[in-house]
Design a protein around this ligand. Structure first.
Ligand SMILES: *Cc1c(COP(=O)(O)O)cnc(C)c1O
Length: 360
């Protein structure tokens, strides 16, 4: 199987080996030490400012999105949501479920956000901004500096879902002044799904510590922060993934975060340079290194969804289909996880084969 999805992605052998071992009991000094190291390492990898904290929630990436929203905002807030695809829509839906007043900056498929898009929302009494810095459903990497400047000018709490961008694109929590950064285990960290890390600035930690009422139980970050001080979690975490996380983050920091990002960038470039031979075009502006969205050209003999199915069923190759209106026109090819140029050669040879048999 070759996996070009954006998660779960292919994992390295040393990570798979840890996954085959028995799970140790976790209320121990040894596990606490490992967790404190995990926290320090993930903060370092994101260049979090001094005084930041990170907590590890057991849940997929969406649990981190939900935790950030419900712990930082309530009915008295007014939140701006960047919505250029299905992950932006998810942030809006979380606000709706919790009754948090919000408005959306709606962007068309594949479009970068501009100052013009934000202009109507200046000085409108907003208290926070939510963005998926890489909107994975379209492949657009949003302009973090533009959003950061908007948040500073308007004094907003800045919540960044970096789940599919962290370790694939350059990311600097200090530079952009983010208050909460959400990371998921199954994207570029290349671990099994099941852990979401939420990195919090000292300002965000203070907001949470002063909150009198947090309307959730499992995702209560006040509790998570308190337990985290001694390297523990309120509930049984996905212990095995956290052991794998320690191995993976140690390796990344030894090689350098920049090297990890260069690897995704090289694979993305390699792929994008060769795609011109086939009836697809890159569908988005300012692409993340994590994924390429491809629009199927009119002359192509299969729809995007059929291409996904043919690759899966006939070649054992997984790409990402798109849903909704884009099901037939767009599919995505990822560049994260344990992939090499050889894997792309296999994908291109499948495309060649499909071309000569009249399928594309
Ligand atoms: C993958 C992803 C998520 C999390 O999705 P889960 O299925 O809950 O892990 C959230 N935001 C973005 C931008 C993602 O790419």
């Amino acid at each position: 199987m070759r996996n070009f999805t954006v998660g779960p992605v292919a994992m390295s052998q040393d990570i798979l080996n840890i996954g085959s071992e028995q799970i140790p009991y976790f209320r121990t000094a040894e596990f606490s030490k490992l967790m404190l190291e995990n926290e320090a390492m993930i903060l370092r990898a994101a260049n979090a400012p001094a005084g930041s904290r990170a907590v590890f929630l057991t849940g997929s990436g969406t649990s981190g999105m939900e935790a950030a929203v419900v712990n930082l905002f309530d009915e008295d807030d007014k939140v701006l949501v960047v919505n250029g695809g299905s992950f932006g829509a998810r942030f809006a839906e979380i606000c709706r479920v919790y009754g948090i007043p919000h408005e959306e900056v709606k962007l068309s498929f594949g479009k970068q956000i501009t100052a013009n898009d934000l202009a109507p929302f200046e000085n409108q009494g907003f208290t926070g901004l939510l963005v998926n810095i890489h909107e994975t459903s379209t492949g657009v990497l949003y302009d973090a500096e533009l959003l950061s400047a908007f948040c500073r000018r308007n004094n907003l709490k800045f919540v960044v879902d970096a789940i599919s961008s962290f370790l694939a694109d350059p990311f600097d929590m200090s530079k952009i002044g983010a208050d909460a950064v959400i990371v998921g285990s199954q994207k570029a960290i290349a671990l099994p799904p099941g852990i979401s890390a939420v990195l919090l600035s000292s300002r965000a930690c203070e907001v949470i510590s002063l909150r009198e009422r947090i309307r959730c139980f499992y995702l209560n970050l006040k509790e998570a922060l308190k337990n985290g001080e001694r390297g523990q979690t309120p509930f049984t975490p996905a212990v095995g993934i956290l052991l794998q996380m320690h191995k993976r983050l140690s390796g990344i920091l030894t090689r350098g975060v920049a090297e990890e990002i260069r690897k995704a960038k090289r694979l993305a470039q390699y792929f994008r340079e060769r795609i011109a031979n086939f009836p697809f075009v890159v569908a988005s502006e300012s692409c993340s290194n994590a994924v390429t969205s491809l629009r199927v050209l009119p002359e192509c003999k299969s729809t995007a969804f059929e291409i996904f199915e043919i690759l899966k069923n006939e070649y054992g190759i997984f790409v990402c289909p798109n849903g909704g209106d884009l099901r037939d026109s767009v599919f995505r090819v990822g560049h994260i996880g344990e992939l090499t140029a050889n894997d792309y050669e296999a994908l291109f040879s499948a495309f060649e084969d499909m071309k000569s048999s009249g399928k594309i």
